[in-house]
Write a protein that binds this ligand. Structure first.
Ligand SMILES: [Zn+2]
Length: 98
């Protein structure tokens, strides 16, 4: 799996892990050739994508995580559909349905 760099989002334990969904990635996006961790297909294959918070990556973040406080959590990009998100409106708007 190729990864172009780690992504972080503001997150705390107990908050929804799913971040906002984005329209399909263009060829210029740094994650265009990364693969979706769920389905192993390229993130740039024309489907809307969505960020998922994973968790802490250092001791300070782990402490904040355990205390239920906000911190910068490691996050991964998935296809929104692979997270089970309802992205019908977004997909239709981008002409990427199906
Ligand atoms: Zn996927």
């Amino acid at each position: 799996m190729t990864r172009t760099g780690d992504t972080y989002v503001r997150w705390r334990s107990g908050a929804p892990r799913e971040g906002r969904a984005f329209p399909p990635l263009g060829p210029g996006h740094p994650a265009y050739r990364d693969v979706c961790p769920a389905c192993d297909h390229f993130l740039g294959n024309g489907l809307p994508v969505q960020i998922l918070a994973i968790g802490p990556t250092d001791d300070e973040a782990r402490d904040r995580h355990r205390a239920g406080r906000w911190y910068s959590a490691l996050a991964l990009l998935f296809h929104a559909a692979c997270l089970g998100s309802n992205i019908v409106d977004l997909a239709d708007a981008e002409g990427a349905a199906g």
